[in-house]
Design a protein around this ligand. Structure first.
Ligand code: PLP
Length: 390
């Protein structure tokens, strides 16, 4: 198996698993209890909080542990509704993840107004349009992702924050794909809220975090026992939180070293081979700043759903559009927002890499993709139409 779907989820780092095990086996006390074993657990949670904060260059008391990126995103959007009476507008990017899009729809259904910020042809947020559509004094929140899950395109977050703050709006950044994969320095950019998710950077599924700047208010989404300083009630997922802390410490070390460059050179070599071996291949967002981990490729004339099946049979895991959309066949809203038509989207596959890939498996994968795309194109010309694999 060659796993090239790390934007969907990543392999849990063995060091993360080791760090978590004692919190299932021995340290199972409820961290809110008052005896000594509970204090050990509380200490581990606070240590993890410092590790996650360090990855973002934030303060530990600005970090709230949640169950996933989706929860963090929903919590911020719900909290911003407190501003509704004066500021009914929410601005979201057109290429956001469904967690943001669906919260925006809910905002609209409940009587708020949503403004959709467009992107350029290369997938980058169109900041002149953002300046034009934002309603100064009437916008509660601007919610834009740091990096896109389908294309890896990185948005100009500093400029977006400056535009939003000038208009008196708060800013949420969905950094689920960015954290651990590129520098995300919150001391350098005055972001108000930021969402992240453990399973995208080698921690387990079921744990995420929300950064809430000390400068801004926050109304909790989950209320109850008052855990997380009253900002997210519910008994903590202790082992998950410890795993998230360990993964953050490991990613900080990797980012300080050459891990990002190693992934980028594997990804670039993969793309170089495919562009060389398959005429007319297009890199979606190829002109824009991109995450080192992501390659979104269109193979014109090839049915991506069929190619996905052939690649699965060849032992390659990759994705057509984002994983959350694979059950439903509809064109990617990300590629649509970039101005591509439905045919282009239906011929696009996403390959995503991590530090657990080796250069050898990536070149093997490139070869297998080339063979299978050629096979589909040959069949297509023989049958005078696109090939649908069943
Ligand atoms: N935002 C982005 C950009 C994502 O890619 C994802 C997951 O794919 C999410 C949010 C949701 O994160 P989670 O799976 O942790 O709920």
């Amino acid at each position: 198996m060659i796993y090239l779907d790390s934007n969907a989820t990543t392999q849990v780092d063995p060091e993360v698993i080791e760090a978590m095990l004692p919190f299932w086996r021995e340290h199972y006390a409820n961290p809110s209890a008052s005896y000594a074993p509970a204090r050990t657990v509380r200490k581990a949670i606070e240590n993890a909080r410092s590790e996650v904060a360090a990855l973002l260059n934030a303060q530990p008391d600005e970090m709230v542990f949640t169950s996933c990126g989706t929860e963090s995103i929903n919590a911020v959007h719900a909290s911003a509704q407190r501003l509704w009476s004066e500021r009914p507008c929410l601005v979201v990017g057109k290429t956001e993840h469904s967690a943001v899009i669906e919260s925006a729809r809910r905002w609209q259904q409940q009587g708020g107004e949503v403004l959709w910020a467009p992107v350029e042809r290369n997938g980058v947020l169109n900041t002149s349009e953002l300046r034009r559509i934002i309603r100064p004094g009437a916008t509660a929140l601007v919610s834009v992702m740091w990096a896109n899950n389908e294309t890896g395109v990185i948005h100009p977050i500093s400029e977006m924050v400056e535009i939003a703050h000038t208009a008196g709006a708060l800013v949420h950044v969905d950094a689920v794909q960015a954290v651990g994969k590129m520098a995300t320095d919150l001391a350098a950019i005055p972001i108000d809220y930021l969402s992240l998710s453990g399973h995208k950077f080698h921690a387990p599924k079921g744990v995420g975090a929300l950064f809430v700047s000390r400068r801004v208010p926050f109304d909790p989404w989950l209320v109850g026992g008052g855990q997380e300083a009253g900002r997210r009630s519910g008994t903590e997922n202790v082992a998950g939180v410890v795993g998230l802390g360990k993964a953050s410490a490991l990613m900080l070390r990797c980012l300080a070293g050459d891990a990002e460059e190693k992934i980028r050179s594997m990804r670039d070599e993969f793309e170089r081979r495919l562009l060389g071996g398959l005429p007319a291949t297009v890199i979606n967002g190829g002109e824009a700043p991109r995450l080192a981990t992501t390659s979104s490729l269109c193979f014109p004339g090839v049915d991506a759903a069929g190619l996905l099946i052939l690649l699965d049979r060849a032992g390659i895991c990759c994705a057509a559009g984002s994983a959350c959309h694979t059950a439903a066949v509809h064109p990617s809203h990300v590629l649509e927002a970039m101005g591509f038509d439905a045919r282009h989207a239906a011929s696009t596959l996403r390959f995503s890499f991590s530090r657990f890939n080796s250069p050898a498996e990536v070149t093997d994968a490139a070869e297998l993709v080339i063979q299978n795309v050629r096979r589909m194109r040959e069949l297509w010309s023989a049958e005078a139409g696109p090939v649908v694999v069943s």
